[in-house]
Design a binder for this molecule. Sequence first.
Ligand code: AHR
Length: 499
Amino acid sequence: MTQQRAQIFLDSNRTIAEISPLLFGGFAEHMGRCIYEGVYDPKSKHADENGLRRDVLDALRAQGYTTIRYPGGNFLSGYNWLDGVGPKEMRPRRRELAWQSIETNQFGTNEFMLFCRAINAEPMLGVNMGTGTIQSACDLVDYCNTPSGTYWSDLRAKHGFPEPHKVKYWCVGNEMDGPWQMGHLEAHEYGAKAREAAKLMKWMDPSIKTVLCGSSNDQMPTYPEWDRVALEEAWEHMDYLSMHYYAGNRENDTPSFLASAVQFEQFVDTLEGVLRYVKAKKRSKHDIYLSWDEWQVWYKGDPLQGNWTEAPHLAEEMYNLEDALVVGQWLNVFLRKSHVLKIACVAQIVNVISWLHTRGDELLKHPSFYVFQLVSNYARGQALDVLVKAPRVETKKYGDVPVLDVSASHDEATGQGAIFIVNRSLSESVVTDFVWQDGRNPTVCEAWQLAGDDPKALNTWENPNHLVAKPIAPPRVSDGRATIQLPPLSFTALRLSPR
Ligand code: AHR
């Protein structure tokens, strides 16, 4: 192992934007074992009075999720929300077409609200724009948000929920650009349907915020034209444009995979350009922000079809160290792009493409679990525009990139801050100097690190703590300077407090 040197310059006056708390959201879909055997498992010894798994709730709480998007995903586009409310014994068993599974509907909108309450997260509901109608979307808003005195709100009360759920964030459909989507539409068709749905949903409850489906990923042949057309149709009725992306190391090219932040930033930059273009074209005063409401590493090829069984094992990806370092970069990008990115939901929160797994009554945490936990718990206040001077590493896909990927936050109210660093080198440790350019001389009160020498290393049921974030000696700051040695293949989180 050789050693390199880098410098990170920090200035609490050089801010990007307030970090939206909703950047630390998750996504729960009726897919595989995310809901059943993940979130909801009345037969488990961990089940609480609502059938929710206490061990999973504890893990989700520790991760600091601020919002949960539900119920899909591709599932959403064939879902009738009425199937999932009312007495459980009356709820229909149905063939679920997106994942070719059997849906029992034992978990639905009201159970989801109990779940959100249990982890103190804001619900973000989707309305079906595939097989669903504008009327059914409005009815769900009425059911959830009208205090009382209408057919739908009174039905909610009859179902045991007299208080309104006050759902503020609403996804108007899911991945409607994808031919795989039930009820897939062309951009102008979807834009017009979403506009009318959002218009009526907001007439029903003017306090809600709506999310328009953007492209399913930046490789879609219709990207970014889809986004432009849909935005032009629906601009004044929408508050967010959704982005989805699943990263992968399909060619086993780890240096390029570990530079994924380049692609994440380009994706945001392009859509930010589209937002600015449409706003200017429409001479609008209205702003729309980005909601990256599905993101995760996903490529290892687990089954996606359930052969018409209940809660099949689908997309139960196991995550290794290199995946966790990509997650670290993703979160860094969220902070660096916090001026335009306001919501993000990792897909998904348990079992399905998740860093949290259940097996019977056991629970396994993958390395990326710890990375998310550190950033979601420490990043507060403003994101800082950090200046990084670092040696560069060569990659096939993105050319040369800095060996360090960095983000930082500073909370003016408390004086506290945080720095998050990925050393993407496979072999070089980097001696890194921090320089506070604003005259501050903070204390590093906590330092945590996830590191290893094998990018493919993972936690297993037999060895569940092989890769966990460990506390390390916090570097000493003197005269506004500090130095730390960052090992190769590492993620480091530093928490700062005023002296
Ligand atoms: O999260 C899994 C699936 O990925 C979602 O259902 C869909 O929106 C995306 O293609």
